[in-house]
Each structure stands twice: as structure tokens, then as C-alpha cells.
Design a protein around this ligand. Sequence first.
Ligand SMILES: Nc1ncnc2c1ncn2[C@@H]1O[C@H](COP(=O)(O)OP(=O)(O)OP(=O)(O)O)[C@@H](O)[C@H]1O
Ligand SMILES: [Mg+2]
Length: 684
Amino acid sequence: MLLNSLKLKNIRSYTEETINFPEGSIILSGDIGTGKTTVLLSIEFALFGIIRGQLSGSSLLRHGKNKGYIELKFSLEKSVIIIRRGLKRSNKNVIQDAGYIIINGKKQDLSPTELKSKILELIGYQEELLTKSKSLIYRYTVYTPQEDMKQILLEKEDERLDVLRKVFNIDKYKRMKENTVKYVRNLKMLILKFETRLENLEEKKKEQDDYKETINRLDKEAKKEQILITEKKNELNTEKETLKQYEKKISSIEKAKTEIEIIKTKIGNDKQLLKNNKIDLEDINLRLSKSNKETEKTENVESLNRKNEELKKKKELLEQNIDKIKDRESKFGALKNNSESIIEKITSLESCPVCEQKVDTDYKKQIHKRENATIGDVASQISKLVSLKNKRIVELEELRVQINSLSERLKSQEIIFLKKKQFEEQKTKKINLLEKQRKLISKIKIEEQNLLVLVKKVEDKKLLLKYEKSKNLLEENTEKIKEKEIKQAELLREKKTLEGISSRLKEEIEKKEQSKLELIKVRDLQNWMLKYLLNIIYLMEKHILLRIHNEFNEYFQEWFNILLEDENLNVRLDETFTPIMEQNGYETALENLSGGEKTSVALAYRLALNKVINDFVGTIKTKDLLILDEPTDGFSSEQIDKIRDILDMLRIKQVVIVSHEPKLESYVDNIIRVHKEEHVSRVI
Ligand SMILES: Nc1ncnc2c1ncn2[C@@H]1O[C@H](COP(=O)(O)OP(=O)(O)OP(=O)(O)O)[C@@H](O)[C@H]1O
Ligand SMILES: [Mg+2]
């Protein structure tokens, strides 16, 4: 990782400023309180955000401002990364505001925690070393704050060792040891469990053998029973077949009996029919002989009809003639009445109603004569007509008598015709009856023959006895089979129960055998863990620690000797990585050393630690960057000169040194000057 630039907005003494970082060694120079440390803290904040107990928002956001941000641009291998984190005041607290990361121009808006995870992933730091134990790697390799420089040396032995174990990831050996011991303890419990489980294995095996024997015996007995059952069943099947035959015969006899009854009824019916038929025949014969005589008197109906027509015409003519005579008779009657009325009128008439002259008696006589002569004529005419009419009436009466007798004869001819027809019908009926009689006789004959056959068939008396015997035998055998089957089922049930017990026992034994094998394995494992694994872990840890210790110790002594050329003051690291100082052959405590000596020990320790971590923790990508804040506090002028050698020896691509030591400026490649005016810092 190489720093490119840092943009600050409302951060401590800065209102708005951008600081560019070139490659090589850089000195951040400026008077006390001008804003140098602020730059370093800002870089750390840009990378990891607020770190509880170490880097707070309120220590960064400029007093009196509600919002600010820090934006860091850096290159990592071939990538250019810009990360920005905001700060904002809320109530009395300062919290992190929204931020983002731009990797090779690709921007991602992320929450503070997401940003931190992203950065840790990019620079190859183990996340737990940041969250649980501060930003240890960064603080021990890249940047140790001014005040913390000596802190690590003053910490308690075990705490320091604990921290270093974490940094170098040796902690895992301790965990491995603890876990192995825990695991061995569990194995012990497991062994105890297996041993208890194995206690009665032999007894169980014996028990299993006994069960197997009984099962075999039961199996043999059940098979024997099965053979007997099969034999009996075969016998039973033959018997069933015979019985079936008998039943068939019996059922056909029963059928025949019913048929006999039916035939008998039929014969009875047919005989009755025959009897009725005979009666009908006799009746018909009688009728036929009778009607034969009745139909003998036949006449010619046609000539009778013709004569009847003629008589009817005659009668009609006669009736017309009588009507004419009656007509003429009434006309003559009218003439006579007219003449009699004239006579009567003239007799009583005195004067003429027209001329009112008196009617003369002669005239009256004259009129009487004339009218009497008319009355005489008319009377002779009427008497002639009456005698003619009477004659005609007699003739008409005769005619009627003739017509009546003729129609009587016609009627009797019609009756004769019907009787003849009936006679013919009776004849046909007789023929039918005779045919029916013949058929009935032959039918009865056949039926009687059938009856004879059936009756013979029905008379098999031995069959029923045979049938009963066979049925009893069958029932006996069925009963026997049932008994045998029950016995066999009992045997099989017992066998199955025992098999169940035996199979459970088998499983139990198998499990025990399995446990036996596992016990061996677990014992082996326990042995291996106790004898070898723990040893190996111990050795590995020791080996790594030794390597780290050796390297650390070498670098520590080397840097120290460079910084302080005092033959009387020697340093080394003990096994807990505590620096031991020997002055004139006597061990002395850190606090007894002079300010410059203290700074030398601290810086040598810091540089050695940086080198060792970078060597041992391969994943980290911040090896190109080193930041030192006031590393020369209390140094003599000669010691300050040593910084130049150190920079050469470090061979780190970018080193940022904060110092207000003007002498240092000539040793570095770049100078960044910080200046503060009216509490606003600027870079010049
Ligand atoms: N929250 C803040 N708001 C405004 N100013 C602050 C805030 N915190 C600290 N300061 C001031 O900002 C200035 C810069 O501080 P900084 O620690 O960066 O100085 P420095 O250059 O490192 O000084 P020294 O050389 O003494 O270490 C100081 O005057 C400090 O008191
Ligand atoms: Mg400072």
C-alpha cells in the first residue's frame, strides 16, 4: 500500500485541505500543534473508522462544526482506491456518516462496518485483530501513535505475550492444545462408555446361540406339520371332488322331481283339454246335422227382389191415381158449394145492392133453376169419382198384401244365408278340433314316456347314503387340518417371537462388536494425541516462537546498536519478548534509562517488531508503508543522524516521519510542511 493523497474537511485544526504523498521518505514537519498527528490519525480513520477506546469521532471532528469528512486515496498493487468516511455531530456525540469506496473508478456506497470489512479484505488483515484487539497489525507495523510508542514496552509480560501471540497467529497453538486436552477428556469418557457397553458381550453371545437352537427346532417341527397339512389337504381335495359329483347328481334328481310334477300337471291339463275337445266335437256334430236341414228351403233371391221392385212401382202409380181422383172430387165439391151459396143468397135478397131496385121473384126462380141444374151435374160426376176411387183403394190394399209377403220371404232367405255361413264355420272348427285332438294325444304320449324315464332316474336310493358318508369324511378331515394349522401357527408364532428377540440380540451384539473396534480406535487415538499430537503442537509452537524470538531479538539488538552506540548498554528479549537492558553487566528497568535511551529502546523495538510481523504474516499488503510519529524525541544530534542509516536499511517504499527536527529534513526525499494560522492548518 502506498499513500497518494489525503483530503480533510473540518478535521481538528483543518477546515479544508488536501495533502499529497509522493513515494520515498517524507517528513511531515511543522511546529507544535500545527496538525501533523491529525494527518496520521486521519489516515487511520479513513481506513478503519472509529475504533472504540482508541479513535473517536469527537477527537477528529473540528470543534464547532457539525459535519466533516476524510478522503484517502492510495494504491494497492495495481489498484487505485479512494475511500471516504464522513463524520457528523448528533446531540453530544460524533458519529460516522455515510461513506463510499472507489476501486479503480468503480464506486460502492457502503456502511461504516462494510467499509471496514472491505478494507481489511483488501489489505489482507485478519478481521479479528482489528475488532477484538485494536488495529494491532496496523499499529505495530504501519503506524504507532506518538503516545503509544513506549506503551508496549511497559505492558505486563503476559498481556504483551498474548497480544504478540495474536499478531503472529501463534494463538492457534494454544487453542489447539486446549482443544486437544478437551478432546482427550471426551475420548476418556467415550472409552468408559464403550467399556461399560462391552461388559456382558460373552453372555449375550451364549444367549444368542440358545435362541438359534430353539428357533431351528421350532422350524423343523413347523415344517413337519406343513407336510402333514399338505397331505391332508390333497386328500380333502379328492373328497371334495367326489362330494361335488354327488351333489351334482342330487341336484339333477331334485330337478327331475320338479320336472315330473310339471309334466304330470301338463298331462292333466292336456287330458282335460282333450275332454273339452270331445264335448265341443259332439256339439258341433249335432249342430251340423240340424242346420243341414234348415238350409234346404232356399229360393232365388234375385227374382224375388225383382218382383218386389215391380210391385212397389205399381203401388206408387196406384197411389198417384187415387190422389188425382181425390183432387177432382174436391173441385166438383167446390162447384156444388158455390151453386148452393148463390141459391141461398138470391133467396134472401129483396133489393139490388147496386141499383137498389126490388129483385123480382122470376128472376129468383130462374137463378134457382140454373143453379140446381149445375148441382145435379156435379153430384153425378162426384158419385162416379167416388166409386172409381173405392175400386182403386181395394186394388192398392191387395198390392200391399203382396209386397208384405214378398219381403217376409226375402227375410227368411237372409236368415238361411247366415245359417249356411255358420254351418261352414262349424265345419272348419270341427276340422281344427280334430287336429288339436290328434296333437294332444301324441303330446300326452311323449310326456308319459318322459315321465317314465324321470321316475326311473329319481329312484337311486344309495346315492344319498354315499353322499352323507362322503360329507362326514370331509368335515372330519377339515377339522383335522384346522387343528394341524393351529398347531403349526403356534410353532411359527413362537419362532417369530424368538427371531425378533434374537435379531435384537444380534444387533446388540453387532453394536457391541462395533464398539469393541471403536474402543480400539479411540484408545489408539487417545494414545496418539497424548503421546504425539500434544508434543507436536508444543514443539511447533516452540519452534515458531523460537524463530520469531530469534529474529525479533536479532533485529531489536541490531536497531538498538545502530541507534545507541554504547558498549555498556546492551539489550535483548527474554522468552516473553520483554526487552531486558543490561548496563555495565547489571539488568536495569526501562524507567531508569534516560529519555534518549528510552526512545532508542522503543524505536528499536518498534522497527524490529515491524520487520518481524511483515516477515511472518505473509498476507498483509501494507509492507511498503511505515509511519513514525516523533521517533526522535530526546535524541542527541548524533542519534538523529542515525535516522538516515535506518531509512537506508529499512528499504521501505514510503516512509512518513513526523518531526519538528529540522535536521531530519536533509535526510528525506520529500518535505511536507504544515503551518497553522488562527487555528486553521495549511500545507505549504
Ligand atoms: N477536535 C478538535 N477541533 C479543533 N482543534 C483540535 C481538535 N482536536 C485537537 N485540536 C487541535 O489541533 C491542533 C493540531 O493537533 P495535532 O495533534 O495534529 O498537532 P501536532 O502537529 O501533531 O503537534 P505536536 O507536534 O505537538 O505533536 C492542536 O492545536 C490541537 O489542540
Ligand atoms: Mg503530534
